[in-house]
Design a protein around this ligand. Structure first.
Ligand code: NAP
Length: 274
């Protein structure tokens, strides 16, 4: 009985230590001014992370920073366009100047545009690949030396679209397929250096991404309520996800609860991919 008691106590201590492992961790979240990124930022703040948030819209970014409830010493906002090399460098420089370390990088910023592949323009292709993929590849490159230093980790936000083809979503989904391979190769390369790399692939989460897309002109009138109804009906759990729920998965992957998890493509989609 005594040895069983000691074993249970040790398991509990390990569990709580892993759960508490995010306390004080310096975490960069891109696209934190809206939707899923804002949800991730607010949930990670509750777990005790110190945050470095970035996005383009200053007012929205400041509002999210306030909603985290963090004190000034634990929060930093940097306005910038992640597609621009100088803005990516500025984000890393400001984070290092304030905190002197980077523990977690959440590559979340993204855009959605739709077009049948037969009509797709180079501008459409470049916009999506520049933001959804290239910006994060090169932001990550800047963060890697600091993450190796802290034995930190990376959480990429991909999409269920990477495994499920959808009419009009070709280029967006292709950018997310590439993001999944990026996660796996980076996990292989950084694993020996003690850095884990994982992906969350959300299903339908009602955010501004749809309103900000070209769905309206592309489909001749975009009805958000209709879309919500359709996508919810196609989701086995029969409900959409929330930014906070994606934040919970990000917290798991970023924490020591996932200490043996790397190169994982984790679908948080209510079963939608099925
Ligand atoms: N919502 C879903 O159903 C869903 C499903 C699967 C995957 N995802 C993925 O989840 C991620 C977040 O999407 P969301 O739904 O939260 O969309 P959202 O509400 O539109 O938020 C997108 C965020 O990305 C930022 N962003 C976009 N372009 C940027 C740029 N050039 N430079 C800097 N920041 C930029 C936006 O910043 P500003 O607003 O300040 O410009 C905003 O903070 C995306 O990668 C998306 O592909 C979403």
């Amino acid at each position: 009985y005594l040895s069983q008691f000691i074993h249970t106590a040790c398991c509990r201590v390990t569990y709580f230590a892993a759960k508490e492992s995010l306390r004080g961790k310096v975490t960069i979240v891109t696209g934190a001014s809206s939707g899923i990124g804002a949800g991730i930022a607010k949930y990670l703040a509750k777990q005790g992370c110190r945050l470095s948030l970035t996005g383009r819209k200053q007012d929205n970014l400041e509002a999210v920073a306030k909603e985290t409830g963090l004190v000034e010493s634990d929060i930093l906002t940097t306005v910038g366009d992640i597609a621009k090399a100088e803005d990516r460098q500025n984000l890393i420089d400001r984070t290092m100047a304030k905190y002197g370390r980077i523990d977690v990088l959440v590559n979340n910023a993204g855009i959605l545009q739709v077009s049948p592949l037969a009509d797709v323009t180079e501008e459409h292709y470049d916009n999506i690949f520049n933001i959804n993929l290239k910006a994060h590849v090169f932001l990550t490159k800047l963060a890697i030396p600091h993450l190796i230093e802290t034995k930190g980790n990376i959480v990429n936000i991909s999409s269920t679209g990477s495994c499920k083809p959808g009419t009009g979503e070709g280029i967006y989904s292709m950018s997310k397929v590439a993001m999944d391979m990026y996660t796996k190769v980076l996990a292989l390369e950084l694993g020996p250096k003690g850095v884990r790399v994982n992906s969350i692939n959300p299903g339908f989460v009602p955010t501004d991404i749809f309103r900000r897309s070209n769905l309206d002109e592309a489909s001749g009138g975009f009805e958000p309520d209709e879309m919500t109804k359709e996508l919810t009906a196609a989701t086995p759990l029969r409900r959409p996800g929330t930014p906070e729920q994606i934040g919970q998965v990000a917290a798991f992957l970023a924490s020591d609860m996932a200490a043996f998890v790397t190169g994982e493509i984790l679908f948080a989609d209510g079963g939608w991919r099925l």
